[in-house]
Design a protein around this ligand. Structure first.
Ligand SMILES: NC(=O)c1ccc[n+]([C@@H]2O[C@H](COP(=O)([O-])OP(=O)(O)OC[C@H]3O[C@@H](n4cnc5c(N)ncnc54)[C@H](O)[C@@H]3O)[C@@H](O)[C@H]2O)c1
Length: 462
């Protein structure tokens, strides 16, 4: 079969894999190849056991793999053979040198640019899919177009807005697709090529085009705004706990204002995931670089509140459990950073697990999809840790349950049975406010939600 377009994606991660599977599914006349330096990842993409869990992803990959979707480790050949190249490699926070702990580490990104230059035998469109600091495309263009050999590269920015846990749905019905380009003849032509690919399934009015710097910046700003809403309601949850207000009632009242809206207003142990923290710190670093310290401080406070919220959760546990956790067994329900994913990157559960172990508690980690990653995250951490997938078995003999991920399965468990199996007094710390707190209290638990008065059987607190 001859294909109309040939597409390569460098980076077979949480973004590259699902995004390319969706393009392959919606554009059968495109041949899509995904390459990665990690051979185990590629082998997993070619197996029945995909490297990431996403609802609907298995079906999507099964329908396209081998037809017009291919996974390979041959990066050189991929670059040579494809005319459109997405770059979706990781861009973690820099851990060394200038900007350590804040700026984006662009080494993987730059390595990819140099590889594209080295192996290209014809002109190409190169698309930034990774989240990058504003003006990265300029560096990409300078590296790619530094040789006078008749090969020309157009660089586009096409940030990805999918959310893990709903990636397939988000890719199929995106709120918007954003494509930034240079506003030159070549830039606009390249932009149109990418618009045409998305227009196969995305309504035209949802495909936004912009100048390339606006596009790069929009992704950072979008994540900063989402995280800022979480930190805003979490800051208010601390006040609710002092003022005997209920944060759920407050967020409902606030969110019904159509100017504000109800989404991302659930108080919790805070945000996690590979993106929010790194992208905000990246934004903060950019602002400081441009001398905008007041703006930088504003956004940095979003991250500070998130750290504060996690520490507050631990302090609330300590305070409720008579100021000592040493020797107590605590079950963690959920380790993934959110429901419906096995991803634990930057999960608040990592911090909470470490802090509980520092307090010399024993922990039992439970999660339906993330136990493998949890083991890796806690490798080398001192203390007693067990991993038990079944939440009932995990809670057996424990002094407390800390609910850390909003998996639906935790809502309707046999709570009387769980209560009977636990040490008394038994505690539930609902870090996601998803349980029926009154019911748990009536069964006998002492219940500590986030941002609401606790429900306890201790006389002095009632
Ligand atoms: N995960 C998300 O929900 C999400 C959403 C939107 C945007 N993003 C952004 O997308 C980018 C990728 O994120 P991710 O979650 O997919 O990361 P990831 O770590 O899951 O995947 C990145 C992949 O790139 C590969 N890689 C690194 N250098 C390479 C090279 N030189 N050649 C070939 N492969 C290479 C790695 O082996 C890895 O498999 C990041 O910039 C991230 O900020 C992520």
């Amino acid at each position: 079969m001859t294909f109309e377009k040939t597409i390569l994606c460098i980076g077979a991660g949480y973004v590259g894999g699902p995004t390319m599977a969706m393009i392959a599914s919606q554009c059968p006349r495109c041949r899509v190849t995904v390459v990665d330096i990690n051979p185990e990842r590629i082998a997993a993409w070619n197996s029945d056991n995909l490297p990431i869990y996403e609802p609907g992803l298995d079906e999507l990959v099964r329908a396209t793999r081998g037809r017009n979707l291919f996974f390979s480790t041959d990066i050189e050949q991929g670059i040579r053979e494809n005319e459109i190249i997405f770059v979706s490699v990781n861009t973690p926070t820099k851990s060394f040198g200038l900007g350590a702990g804040m700026a984006a580490d662009l080494q993987y990104w730059e390595k990819t640019a140099r590889q594209i230059l080295e192996f290209s035998e014809s002109s190409k469109i190169v698309i930034e899919k990774s989240t990058l600091p504003v003006k990265t495309a300029l560096a990409m263009e300078r590296i790619l177009n530094c040789q006078e050999n008749g090969i020309h590269f157009d660089v586009l920015s096409n940030p990805e807005f999918l959310a893990e846990g709903t990636a397939v749905r988000d890719l199929e019905h995106p709120d918007r697709i954003l494509i930034g380009s240079r506003e030159t003849d070549n830039g606009l032509k390249a932009r149109q090529t990418l618009v045409d690919i998305y227009a196969s399934w995305v309504p035209k009015e949802r495909i936004l085009t912009s100048n390339i710097w606006s596009s790069e910046l929009s992704k950072l700003v979008s994540n900063a705004f989402l995280a800022q809403r979480i930190s805003s309601i979490n800051a208010i949850s601390a006040l609710c706990e002092k003022a005997e207000a209920d944060v759920t009632e407050v967020s409902r009242a606030v969110g019904m204002d159509s100017r504000i809206g109800p989404k991302f207003l659930n108080a919790s142990i805070g945000f996690g995931g590979s993106c929010f923290r790194k992208d905000i710190l990246n934004l903060v670093y950019l602002c400081r670089n441009y001398g905008l310290d007041v703006v930088a401080d504003y956004w940095e406070s979003v991250v500070k509140i998130n750290d504060y919220q996690q520490e507050r959760f631990i302090r609330n546990m300590l305070g409720a459990m008579f100021n000592t956790l040493a020797g107590k067994r605590i079950c963690l329900w959920g380790f993934a950073f959110k429901a419906n994913t096995g991803d634990t990157r930057e999960s608040p559960a990592i911090f909470i697990a470490r802090r509980l172990l520092e307090e010399q508690a024993e922990i039992v980690v439970s999660d339906p999809k993330a136990l493998g990653n949890a083991r890796t995250d806690l490798t080398g951490v001192r203390g007693q840790i067990r991993y038990v997938e079944d939440p009932l078995q995990a809670a057996e003999g424990c002094h407390a349950i800390a609910l850390l991920t909003e998996w639906d399965l935790y809502r309707n468990l046999d709570f009387p049975k769980i209560f009977d199996s636990m040490a008394k007094p038994a505690f539930i710390f609902d870090g996601r406010n998803i349980l029926d707190h009154r019911r748990c209290f009536d069964i006998g638990f002492n219940v500590y939600p986030v941002g609401k008065p606790p429900l306890t059987h201790f006389l002095e607190e009632r």
